[in-house]
Design a protein around this ligand. Sequence first.
Ligand code: TYD
Ligand code: MG
Length: 465
Amino acid sequence: MKKKMPKASITFVCQSCGATHTKWAGKCAECGAWNSLVEEAPPPPLGGGARKRGRGRPFALEDLKTLDKEPPRRPTGIAEFDRVCGGGLVPGSALLIGGDPGIGKSTLVLQALASFARTGGSAVYISGEEAMAQVRLRAGRMGLADDPVRLGTATNIEDILATLDTSDPPGILVIDSIQTIWTGAIDAAPGTVAQLRTASYDLVRYAKSSGACLLLIGHVTKDGQIAGPKAVEHLVDAVLYFEGERGHHFRILRSVKNRFGPTDEIGVFEMTGTGLAEVANPSELFLGDRNSASPGNAVFAGLEGTRPLLVEIQALVADAAYGTPRRAVVGWDSGRLAMILAVLDSRCGLGVSGHDVYLNVAGGLKVGEPAADIAAAAALMSSFSGKALPPDTAFFGEISLSGDVRPPPQAELRLKEAAKLGFTGAVVAEGCRAQIDGMTLRTVRQVADLMAIAGCDDDKIRRKP
Ligand code: TYD
Ligand code: MG
């Protein structure tokens, strides 16, 4: 009889998504990435080494009432950054900042650290990517060279922890980036998910035990995920994404997970020659060079987290050059565009479906709010009719498949922001009850009611679908 083989304890981990497999394969069955499986020894049991299981110590269970009010916060002094974190960093917490390479993550954290250090905080910056000289050069260019940030370049986690143990724990500790950190404790190549997981775990544990605020920087892979996201995202208390379009100078810091504050909050920055500048009034920036006299442009009064934000939505409806009409969206969901086009055709009798349609959100912003529907619909109709929408008018309202327009929450906040920026009118859903001095509201009940506003009520424009 054949001798039974000892059970293999080796697993193969996908370096792209973190899925584990028992057999090697050329393609990851979970995420479809090619050649991404790497052999990994099983992780050592927590606490290290084979340990005899002893009797546990009982602990007291308590009720849900909090004894201390709010967790204390450590503001960095960069207001946009602090707001996204929920009012400052929480001692002992870990935060992950993800973003494309070159988007400005290192710049942002260096500014936050310098600002924190300037007000007497203790700040440590560990760079695993850039040499001392590079970081210093950047600090000099941004005018931060004199701020008392302590800088180190290291990639080995044991070295980093040993260095941190030689002095009092810092108020804020930055690791730039987590993908460069490796540990000698496990037998896996640097940059693999196993390394990433172990190093992050050690750092998070250090933060929790020392009370330091840990900022981990992580690069994002092409499909928009932090490499090995499952390995790190569940370990940290908050995940922020730093995003922006390459060609634009706006950068948006967005919170996607936060155990100590709100999510969906955004902070807006502008990349300048001397670092990132905070944008206290983003609407002004996003509407900066708008041309309200040309057809196809509508202003949407939106909401990002708790903040109202006005953005311009641009549409172009052109004759289709080839058989299948083209659809392209930037900063907008293509499924949502298809829905609006279908509603315009079936409820208003406009023949837009047969045309090429392009929809763009100005300034590189991404709009995900359904309340933007009527702004997009008005922009499409206006481009179709060739007539500009009424000037200084903002739009908001959600369109349902039946063509009804519904009011979104926080109408008053949106209208106030529009009034502040000099808008004198707004087109809103019928149920909207907000009133703002100096603003004329036009209500629409059905998407067809927009036709008169967008110059589509002319019979020549109406085409059979
Ligand atoms: P960086 O912070 O190095 O990006 P990341 O850490 O996310 O990879 O930012 C790099 C880009 O930012 C670089 O292309 C140049 C630009 N930049 C400026 O435009 N102005 C500045 O003052 C700085 C520091 C960077
Ligand atoms: Mg960097």
